[in-house]
Design a binder for this molecule. Structure first.
Ligand code: HEC
Length: 232
C-alpha cells in the first residue's frame, strides 16, 4: 500500500526517538528553541533559571546565549512579539508552547513530525503548508537547515481535495536528512521536558530505585545462602 498517511492531521506520526536522559540533546534543543522559536512562541510557565539548573547550564551561559532581548535570568520566557502583532502577521497569534508536548496527541512525536512536515504551497498566505497540521499559519522557520520540500500528490478522488502522498526535497538545506532529524528531535525533546519538567527527576530517581532493588536482591540472596547453610 502506498504511504497515504499524510492526507490529514490524523496521519501517522514519525517516532521522534526523544530521550529525556540525554542532557546534551536537551541542551541543544534549548539553544535551538531560543534562537529559532522564542521570537514568536513563549514558554510563559517557565523561568530561564529553572531551565539552566534542570539542564545543567551555567547562568552565565544562559544569559549570554539563550536569553533573547533584555530579559533577566529569573524571568519567565516570553516572546519578542506582542500577541497583536502575531495576529496581524500570521493571521493568528503563535500559541504558548509550555504544555504543547502534552496537549498534542502523540506528544513529542507530533512536534517532531510537524517540524519535518513543512512543504511549499503557493496557495497559502505565507507560502508554506504542513502535512501534520494542514493550513498551519506558521512559516517553516528551519527551512535553511532542512531545505525546501515539495509535495507529491496522490490520486485525487471526485470532490475531495488532493492529498499529499509524500514530500520530496526540492532544494537541499544546510543539513543532511539525518542531521535535520536530530535538530527536530532535540527541539521535540526540549519541549517534552518543558511540558513536564518533573519527568527529568523521575527518570533519575528511577535509576536509583532500580539500583536499590538490585542491591536489595543481592542482600536477600546472601541471606538466603546464610539460612540454607544451617538447614543443610
Ligand atoms: C514567525 C513566527 C513563528 C516562529 C519563529 C515559530 N512559530 Fe510555531 N507557530 C507560529 C504560529 C503563528 C502558529 C499557529 C499556527 C496555527 O494555529 O495556524 C504556530 C504553531 C506552532 C505549533 C502548534 C501549536 C499548537 O498548539 O497547535 C508548534 C508545536 C510550533 N508552532 C512549534 C514551533 C517551533 C518548535 C518553532 C521553532 C523551531 C516555531 N514554532 C517557530 C509562529 C511561529
Amino acid at each position: 500500500m502506498p504511504a497515504l498517511g499524510f492526507a490529514a492531521s490524523s496521519g501517522p506520526l514519525e517516532s521522534s526517538g526523544t530521550d529525556l536522559s540525554d542532557k546534551a540533546s536537551l541542551q541543544r534543543g534549548a539553544g535551538l528553541f531560543m534562537n529559532y522559536c522564542s521570537g514568536c512562541h513563549a514558554l510563559s510557565m517557565h523561568r530561564y533559571s529553572r531551565i539552566a539548573s534542570d539542564l545543567g547550564l551555567s547562568e552565565e551561559l544562559v544569559e549570554q546565549h539563550l536569553i533573547q532581548g533584555d530579559a533577566k535570568i529569573g524571568e519567565n520566557i516570553n516572546t519578542g512579539i506582542a500577541a497583536g502583532d502575531g495576529n496581524a502577521w500570521f493571521g493568528k497569534a503563535a500559541p504558548d508552547l509550555s504544555l504543547t508536548a502534552r496537549a498534542k496527541l502523540g506528544g513529542p512525536d507530533w512536534i517532531y513530525s510537524y517540524l519535518k512536515g513543512f512543504y511549499v504551497d503557493e496557495s497559502r498566505p505565507l507560502g508554506w503548508n504542513n502535512t501534520v497540521f494542514p493550513g498551519a499559519s506558521m512559516p517553516h522557520v528551519l527551512w535553511e537547515m532542512q531545505g525546501i520540500q515539495r509535495p507529491v500528490y496522490g490520486e485525487s478522488h471526485e470532490g475531495m481535495p488532493p492529498h499529499v502522498e509524500k514530500l520530496e526535497l526540492a532544494t537541499p538545506g544546510r543539513l543532511d536528512a539525518r542531521e535535520y532529524d536530530q535538530v527536530a528531535r532535540d527541539i521535540s525533546a526540549f519541549l517534552q521536558y518543558v511540558a513536564e519538567p518533573a519527568a527529568l527527576k523521575r527518570e533519575s530517581v528511577g535509576v536509583w530505585v532500580v539500583l536499590f532493588l538490585a542491591f536489595f536482591t543481592f542482600i536477600a540472596y546472601l541471606l538466603k545462602l546464610e539460612y540454607w547453610r544451617d538447614v543443610h
